[in-house]
Design a protein around this ligand. Structure first.
Ligand SMILES: Nc1ncnc2c1ncn2[C@@H]1O[C@H](COP(=O)(O)OP(=O)(O)OP(=O)(O)O)[C@@H](O)[C@H]1O
Length: 451
């Protein structure tokens, strides 16, 4: 998404107010579009603040992203201000750390609104990007930096390829060809500040996995596909499984292929491993039905988003405590037939847009509710139908010993419906994916050694 098109330099300003209300007024004042005047800026301000009361738009990392829909022809208008000393609002400390306010006005007809929010949030979730933007400099420098950042030019130093990296890539190609792999999967986050691929792999698809945006890669046409992923475990095998799973759901990999994977320690600037993964063996029977890697109603980006939240919960817990959680995705009508509320549904009454997991602000809300008993039920389009739900599916498949009622409920619901379930274990921090009653561990089992 070309975010830089939504902003002009005149809408990038120094915020002089010390509170959020004043900051929003200043940003709205530079959005000098006639339709907004007709709609009424006071009304807009009220809507922005109402949203703030419902759910904070503080993204963390010193960035707030207030947003609202407006009847206007243009799809999006952005205004951005910096306020290095933070903001106050309504006696709350929530905005003290906010140094950048990104105001997004979206047309009522903008259909990819959630994607736009997610794309903006994605750019500013890298702490280094915000730190760089907050370095002292003139307003003009700040404007140029913002335009460059939104345009995908993070200006990070690239690493020059070393002899060992070239050697490993050469050997990877030989191994991939001999093992009849169809794809080479490269972990781009091995490099700080972006990677330059030194060779293209003949007759092989080259897939680059990276937490950074695709724009940090100088590929010279050598990369067939980018797999941008959000959160990663430090277990490399877990990283690998998540990346392959996401590739499978996006149709980049086939369930019956072998993939040659090349990786190294994150930010080490050096490849150190080559591994050939047999997808069918790695994911067992989970995706045995080739035509339906995911349940038909489930959008891949919804699974990716929930997986990222689950990984973060498994790795970090919540406020220093371990948490367990169960998400059921897709085939919602059927899933609801096998469930009943344990507590009042905390998502009841909210607009669908505000309770969609694709909305970047939902991450915190979902994590906040992760400690309540029972399951989250999420529609295939990402809308959270309910939380705090007891699942009562009829068929309970056999599970390995040591797994309790949460895992059993996940296996059972995916056996009885065309849903997918993701479990974060409170006792072990493991993240497990269930489909058709079968399970595969995505975080926690150091299976396969120390790739
Ligand atoms: N049928 C169910 N539907 C929804 N949630 C359930 C169900 N059964 C158990 N849970 C949730 O799982 C929680 C933990 O149960 P239990 O310890 O037996 O599961 P577990 O599989 O061992 O999970 P963990 O590894 O997190 O401890 C319960 O407190 C409850 O919130």
């Amino acid at each position: 998404m070309h975010l830089e098109r939504f902003i002009t330099k005149s809408r990038i300003v120094e915020i002089t107010s010390k509170d959020l209300l004043g900051a929003l007024e200043e940003l709205l004042s530079v959005c000098d579009v006639e339709e907004l005047e007709q709609y009424g800026k006071k009304k807009l301000l009220k809507e922005l603040l109402d949203r703030e009361h419902t759910i904070t738009t503080n993204l963390g990392n010193g960035v707030a992203l207030p947003h609202v829909r407006v009847p206007m022809k243009r799809r999006y208008i952005m205004a951005i201000g910096r306020c290095p000393e933070g903001l106050t609002y309504d006696g709350s400390d929530d905005y003290r750390d906010v140094k950048l306010v990104l105001l997004l006005l979206a047309s009522e007809n903008a259909r990819n609104y959630l994607n736009a929010l997610a794309a903006i949030a994605g750019v500013f979730q890298d702490k280094r990007v915000v730190e760089r933007l907050m370095m002292p400099g003139t307003l003009n420098d700040f404007r140029t930096d913002i335009k460059a950042t939104l345009g995908g030019d993070p200006q990070m130093p690239r690493q020059k390829p070393t002899r060992i990296n070239r050697l490993i890539l050469r050997e990877a190609e030989k191994i991939a060809m001999s093992a009849r792999c169809r794809s080479v999967l490269i972990f781009g986050d091995t490099f700080a500040g972006g990677v330059e691929l030194t060779r293209s792999f003949k007759d092989l698809k080259t897939i680059l996995v990276t937490q950074a945006g695709a724009e940090t890669v100088e590929d010279g046409g050598k990369v067939t596909e980018f797999l941008p992923i959000r959160s990663f475990s430090h277990h490399r095998m877990s990283q690998l499984r998540s990346a392959i799973l996401i590739g499978l759901t996006r149709g980049i990999f086939e369930p019956d292929e072998l993939i040659c994977c090349v990786g190294g320690l994150p930010q080490s600037n050096r490849f150190d491993s080559i591994l050939v993964v047999d997808v069918a063996r790695e994911f067992q029977t989970l995706f045995s039905d080739k035509s339906h890697t995911l349940p038909p109603s489930l959008r891949p980006e919804v699974m990716e988003r929930v997986l990222a939240i689950a990984m973060e919960l498994g790795l970090e817990g919540r406020e220093g405590k371990k948490v367990g959680c169960l998400f059921v995705l897709g085939d919602t009508q059927k899933v609801l037939e096998y469930s009943k509320p344990l507590v009042l549904n905390p998502f009841y009454g909210y607009r669908e847009e505000d309770r969609n997991v694709l909305n970047p602000f939902m991450d915190e809300t979902v994590k906040e509710f992760s400690s309540i008993d029972g399951a989250f039920i999420i529609r295939g389009n990402g809308v959270i139908e309910a939380a705090g739900t007891l699942l009562r599916a009829p068929e309970y498949p056999d599970l390995p010993g040591g797994l309790g009622a949460r895992h059993a409920a996940a296996a059972a619901i995916t056996k009885s419906t065309r849903s997918l379930a993701i479990v974060v274990s409170e006792s072990t921090g493991q993240v497990t994916l269930f489909s058709h009653g079968d399970m595969v561990s995505l975080l926690g089992h150091p299976v396969g050694g120390n790739f």
